[in-house]
Design a protein around this ligand. Sequence first.
Ligand code: 0PR
Length: 376
Amino acid sequence: MNEKGLTEQEIFTFLNKARKRDTTYKRVFSSMCTHPHEIAVTAHMQFIESNLGDFGLFPGTYDLENEVISMMGNLLHASSVHGYITTGGTESNIQALRAIRNASRISKPNVVVPESAHFSFDKITNILGIEIKKAALDNEFKVDMDSMRKLVDVNTIGLVSIAGSTEFGQIDPIDEISELAVEKDLFLHVDAAFGGFVIPFLEKKYPFDFSLEGVSTMALDPHKMGLGTIPSGGLLFRDIDLMHQLQTHTPYLTIDTQYSLTGTRSGAAVAAAYAVMKHLGKEGYRRIIKQCMTFTEELVNGAAEIGIGTLIEPIMNVVALDVPDADNVRKKLREEYKWEVSIIRKPRALRLVLMPHLTNENINEFLQDLKTVVHE
Ligand code: 0PR
């Protein structure tokens, strides 16, 4: 560290240089994050020093957090809801399974997750000592119910389903998984980190939320399609008893209990989520999702015109393009044309997420470059 402090001008010269190297998202099809909504940014800055780790000092922000949880519960058809704002999908998934593990008191617990589950579930195995059993997928990349059922044994404490899978944007048959959970008396966590702010606003309806009897917990992230600021994820519990499994005694704070994984945590991201959710309302999100679905359709149609199909018909704004030699195509798109796209693990295909930061121009330009690369 430097001995003498630098001037503000010197600091911002460095900061501006660093910031210039960061993405502007203009050519990014690989991210599930996007520019936060302007109102979220303003609210975030207003609450920049708010710490919900000791919310007795920040009762105003704490009320906002409860209102955000209640709005999320309303969106996901919960008749009663409890929860808190996490740092994102990973923390929500870890904490949901931690609560489930604590409630189950089985010495060698396992959970059954779809093979399509996000890699955060691999961290969970490591942190919580829960065995993760991966159920196979069907030909539409949804979890196969027979496979899931077969993996359940006496040590199974819970099931996981994905509403908007990272790679395909696919939705598992959550109604059937819910029935299995009820039949076997298991907890069910729904990872809607991405889909939670998409599925409720699609024209087609899918059963995926607390309206299903078996669903115990859900994750949905403001910092993805919620257009909030980083870090913000929602973790919701149907029953307060399950959330109480996360209770930690905090003797020297202004509050005597914490549920969160982190101690100090951002009230700014909570104020941002509050602002953007209130400002857009369901109508605003519906408009944004419609735009993303129009981009999705344009991309799929344009790809079809150059002879490229998709692995599944997109459910939401995530597209799996079936291009031969996908790894090499991705490499060329990145290195020669500066497009950021990602790769699906199995089968190898190009994955594109059509986020609100894109434009029709981006999509047309991308399609032209894709055409050149695949026909080379
Ligand atoms: N669950 C699902 C279904 C997800 O897609 C993700 C992340 C998570 C959980 C974990 O969420 P956090 O990253 O908030 O902890 N999905 C993207 C991914 O890992 C996130 C992402 C965002 C990736 C921006 C790249 C990027 O530029 O692929």
